[in-house]
Design a protein around this ligand. Structure first.
Ligand code: ZN
Length: 781
């Protein structure tokens, strides 16, 4: 799984305490830090502005009439300003943002009740590393320049501290841009607006990102402030984003897990610069890890890791900066070493440990693939397992040292820790290691013998071997040959390259699980689906990685649908149908606002769904809707073509990133030639880029002449889907006719006397009118 979105943002007009990070004083960063901390309004650069227009991407700001007071410079550059027209009759300002595309307009409407942003305001703070100062001066010099120094003195008491706080919260992106000497067209722009109806929100332009325009606001979610994205998109007219400034590779991590489970580690890696003159490396790490020092090619480097909660994403990951003493030279790699400490492991008691921050425990950058050389030291009574092939495992005194090596590049490297028993099986090209908690195994060895426990480990190893065989036959070989299955407390799993975290409940048979996890559906999930899903992630998510947050769902959907197809083969169609209907029922279930969970947003919103008001929407839409999209695509393409299509993805995209449009275009090559939507553009608009699950009914319009109407309800009026209607006429082969649904009803004609039916409930995502919904308990992945 990947979590990066590139936007970690600030909040407006809220008092936040800004805790300074850590840096070596005297370097280029510390000068910027102290100037940002001392920002003040500059009376000599305070203007009465009228009809000033600021256009950034698809964000347009009109400062119709008011006072604009610029701040004192930072690194010789003006980076801040305050706008106010409070207390004047004619004062006004306005911001306009019109997202392209239905999905983004719907997302904006979900949070603001309008698909376009058009908001008047009287106060705002602007922070920027672009040419905003000269942009404004050019416009006001065409009229008569009014400096109004006394206005700066009036604004200062209310605004100076707030400006400094916001600048502090944005210190990572601002300092990065200033130290890298971004040219004006690549500078950042943040508008922090006090809107008249929408209250406080941010408009953000980050031209180095593909989706350079973002609008959103800070909200409190379970007592934690989070930045909620209202809309994020690539503007209609734009230059392509600049190349990635550098890549990371050749990771070597030496980590010591102390008896109190805290960790101290040294991570070193190679940085290859691709853009001249860059001086700052922006990296990510879990908030639970503190970076204590860094060096570049053996020379001490400044480090800045703010403690701002607002700098974090939904998963507690935040950016930090390593500042090189000299600009880096394109194509000349440097060796970076970072020391970090923290607590990412929790003791659940009874010899069971929970490793949090599973893929963010070391400094990294999303999207970079690397080899890994991993050394772990831990108390000798515990075992540690990680990604990679075991090179050595020795105990000296009370310290165990484990060395593992991953030679095929991967984006992630995880580890797990516990008081384990294990088995190792060599199977074809694979070495399969299966680990289980010793205490858990003891509890299922009823007669006190260890044979039951050993048998369980062997069952899981054999099952893994069988899954690897089946998937390898379907999709082709894996570059990794070492797969370790390890337990994790909770009701979920996670699949890293060669390392699978498996819910401890999957180690138990139905009768051994707690009562709330005993049901036919829980059986499918814990006994059949979970391991098959996680093993499938070795291909979907690790060998092939998603191109961006919008295509994360593809990996979950492909892993889950593939696993479910194996369940069908083993357990039969009824089990498969039960699971598909359960997924549908979770999607149409009403949330606290009375709307179906599915209506929260399209599946391509990815992790942004976590910011919605429905806590479960991300899981339900990513997994359940995603599985449904694959099911409908498989039915539409045909099972054989779908299997060939998946194999082709692996052939074309192994070691590469896959986007939604890559997926659609490749899928269209496997569609039947006579399919009315063989490009799948309409299919993607309906099911991937849009939301809605229709209730459908077939009604004869005129019984005599074979005219029917397909009626659609329970969706927005603009919803339309191609519905496979089944037509059986006497003496004719059964045909499927694609009828495009509409809220006005879609009429079509069939041969007189033919039988017309809607698709089976496991073949197409809809509710048959008058069919009772079957809500069941939900399970979490
Ligand atoms: Zn998954």
């Amino acid at each position: 799984m990947r979590f990066d979105r590139g936007i970690r943002l600030a909040g407006l007009l809220s008092c936040l305490l800004f805790a300074p990070g850590l840096w070596a004083a005297g370097g280029p960063f510390s000068a910027i830090h102290s100037q940002l901390a001392g920002l003040s309004l500059d009376p000599a650069q305070t203007y009465h502005v009228r009809d000033v227009r600021l256009a950034r991407g698809d964000i347009t700001i009109y400062l119709n009439d008011g006072v604009l007071s610029f701040a004192s410079p930072v690194a010789g550059k003006v980076v801040g300003a305050v706008f106010s027209c409070v207390g004047t009759d004619t004062g006004d300002a306005e911001v306009l943002v019109m997202p392209p595309g239905r999905g983004e307009r719907a997302s904006l409407a979900y949070y603001t009740k309008s698909p376009n942003l058009d908001e008047h305001f009287k106060e705002a703070i602007f922070l920027f590393s672009d040419d905003t100062l000269h942009d404004v001066l050019r416009q006001i010099q065409q009229g008569v320049v009014h400096t109004v120094p006394e206005e700066a003195r009036k604004l200062a008491p209310q605004w100076s501290e707030m400006l400094r706080n916001i600048a502090g919260d944005l210190e990572v992106p601002l300092a990065e841009s200033l130290l890298n000497n971004d040219p004006p067209q690549l500078g950042l722009f943040y508008g922090l607006i006090a809107g008249q109806t929408l209250h406080r929100f941010d408009v953000i332009y980050q031209p180095h990102l593909e989706e350079s325009v973002t609008v959103g606001s800070i909200v409190d979610q379970n007592n934690t402030p989070i930045f909620r994205v209202w809309t994020s998109f690539a503007p209609r007219r734009r230059a392509p984003p600049p190349p990635d400034p550098f890549t990371l590779s050749h990771f070597r991590i030496d980590a010591t897990i102390h008896p109190d489970l805290s960790m101290s580690a040294v991570t070193d890696f190679r940085v290859t610069p691709h853009v001249a003159g860059r001086q700052v490396l922006s990296l990510e790490i879990s908030n639970r890890m503190r970076v204590t020092s860094a060096s570049i090619s053996g020379q001490p480097a400044e480090v800045f890791q703010p403690e701002s909660i607002r700098g974090s994403d939904e998963f507690g990951v935040s950016s930090f900066l390593v500042i090189s003493p000299h600009p880096l030279v394109t194509g000349e790699p440097v060796q970076v070493e970072i020391q970090h400490t923290g607590s990412v492991i929790q003791n659940n008691g009874g010899g069971v440990f929970f490793v949090g921050a599973r893929n963010v425990w070391f400094p990294h950058r999303p999207n970079d693939s690397s080899t890994f050389d991993l050394t772990f030291r831990c108390p000798s009574n515990l075992q540690v397992v990680s990604t990679g092939k075991l090179a050595s495992d020795q105990v000296i005194g009370d310290v165990r040292t484990v060395h593992r090596v991953l030679t095929s590049p991967a984006e992630f490297a995880g580890f797990n820790l516990g008081d384990f028993e294990s088995t190792t099986v060599d199977h074809g090209p694979f070495r399969i290691e299966c680990f289980a908690n010793r205490a858990l195994l003891a509890s299922i060895a009823r007669d006190g013998s260890t044979s039951g426990a050993e048998q369980r480990l062997h069952e899981i190893s054999n099952e893994t071997a069988s899954l690897l065989d089946q998937y390898s036959a379907m999709w082709g070989p894996l570059p990794i040959h070492n797969v370790a299955i390890t337990p994790i407390p909770g009701t979920f799993g996670q699949g890293f390259p060669g390392l699978i975290y498996l819910s401890t409940l999957t180690y138990l048979s139905r009768d051994e699980r707690p009562p709330q996890y005993q049901s036919p559906l829980m059986d499918i999930f814990f006994s059949d689906l979970l391991l098959a899903h996680e093993v499938a992630h070795q291909w979907w998510g690790n060998l092939i990685t998603p191109a961006d947050y919008r295509s994360d769902w593809l990996m979950e959907a492909l892993a889950n649908y593939s696993a479910l197809q194996l369940v069908e083969r083993r357990k039969g169609h009824a089990e498969f149908q039960q699971a598909m209907i359960h997924f549908r029922d979770e999607l149409i279930k009403r949330d606290s606002s009375g709307k179906p969970v599915d209506s929260t947003g399209p599946v391509d919103l990815g992790v942004r769904l976590l910011e919605s008001t429905d806590a479960d929407a991300w899981r339900v839409i990513t997994y359940d809707k995603g599985t449904w999209v694959m099911r409908m695509l498989c039915r539409r393409m045909g099972t054989d073509s779908f299997a060939k299509f998946l194999k082709q993805i692996v052939e074309d995209y192994a070691g590469k990133q896959l986007s939604n449009e890559d997926f659609r275009k490749l899928a269209s090559r496997f569609m039947p030639v006579d399919d009315p939507d063989h490009t799948l553009e309409f299919f993607f608009d309906t099911w991937v880029y849009g939301s809605g699950i229709p209730t459908l009914a077939l009604k004869p319009a005129k019984a005599q002449n074979g005219e029917y109407v397909l009626e659609q309800t329970d969706v927005d009026p603009g919803f339309a889907a191609d519905v496979p209607v089944i037509i059986e006429a006497a003496g004719e082969p059964v045909v499927v006719k694609w009828i495009r649904s509409s809220s006005d009803g879609a009429s079509f004609r069939v041969p007189r006397g033919a039988k017309v039916t809607l698709p089976a409930p496991e073949d197409f995502l809809y509710v048959k009118q008058a069919e009772p919904a079957r809500f069941r308990n939900s399970i979490s992945h």
